[in-house]
Ligand binder design. Sequence first.
Ligand code: PLP
Length: 428
Amino acid sequence: MIYQRSSQLFAEAEKVIPGGVNSPVRAFKGVGGTPIFAKSAKGAYLYDEDDNRYIDYINSWGPMILGHAFPPVVEAIIEKAKKGTSFGMPTELETKIAELAVSMVPNIDKIRFVNSGTEACMSAIRLARGFTKRDKIIKFAGCYHGHSDSFLIQAGSGASTFGTPNSPGVTQGTAKDTLLASFNDLDNVKALFEANQNEIAAIIVEPVAGNMGCVPPTVGFLQSLRELCDANNTLLIFDEVMTGFRLAKGGVQELFNVRADIVCYGKVIGGGLPVGAFAAREEIMNYLSPLGPVYQAGTLSGNPLAMAAGFAMLKTLNEDATIFKRLEEKTTYLHKGIEKVLLANNIVFTINRVGSMISVHFDANPVIDFHTAKNGDNETFKKFFHGLLKEGVYIAPSAYETWFITDALTYEDLDFTIKAIDKVSKSL
Ligand SMILES: *Cc1c(COP(=O)(O)O)cnc(C)c1O
């Protein structure tokens, strides 16, 4: 493949945009090489500026669950745009998408729309802190909740201690209120509750983790978090920015039958436009401004184009009785196919999968948390990534990312992908 135009465009971008990108993972730092520049996409396929075609397993990091340029979404945006692109006033469509979301998701009465997953999670913990009148939160290492200060925290010295900032610019003062636990490690969470009695406002968790590869919760983990939260008057926040409207209509709450107090959304809910949302039962949501004391706002929140895209997306998902089953079947087919060719080529690997989220780790041991996710062989991953790119298969340019399966993928596309993986595996 030729990447000439992408290389040129990247060189130009680097002069005026830090690292040439508006979000770091796009820069290919995890895999080396020059990022490819997207030109267009349709269905399961992505085309770059050199007119190379790829089968896309990133899908804008999740939103394009029905494929790129999905006609009902595109048409909804075009029709709305003709009538004005922003008013800064309430619109009927905001109520319609809110009603639809509330009807699809269990345990929520009200929802507020924001512009990104980051904003959703940031607002959710502010609301949880205001509601409980407590300051501390527990987050899990390897779970990503966007780039707001409270979440850019890494483990301090020793387990069960306060976190320390993992980016300059995040203050120690902020870091001290974020307690870090290990995903799937209940004892760790219990110890944090014991050491911080009546101080923990919320646990925030990716209920199926997707930002250290796909890492499912162990049996009973989410239910136990629920019980610990109840026992300690702490709110349980499910960050379903990745899993919401992807793993089931009602997300992980429905799939694992565990109730969260606040749920965060993003990605699929915006149909490819910048949308996030957070939702909860009435008592909690009424704590939000203008009804309650917790402030949260947004000039472009509920933007008509974004709501039109999101509404068309959710409506389609809601009306398609077999969509999540189809997605799961396609992903299982891919899972089995990859497993078969990697085994045949004597590659050491672990595959994690939940519904239409899947990740391949180059390590023999189970991947259950951030620590085990980091054990994967990154050199092998880099070769795997670049090999697949050459074959016309685009997976995330980082060993810590999940692949997102879209309904636009045909079984032919999946076979093409498995064949490409077979070929690339022989050179690993
Ligand atoms: C992507 C993601 C976010 C952040 O969403 P942005 O729209 O990128 O701000 C938060 N939480 C999870 C689980 C995510 O996957």
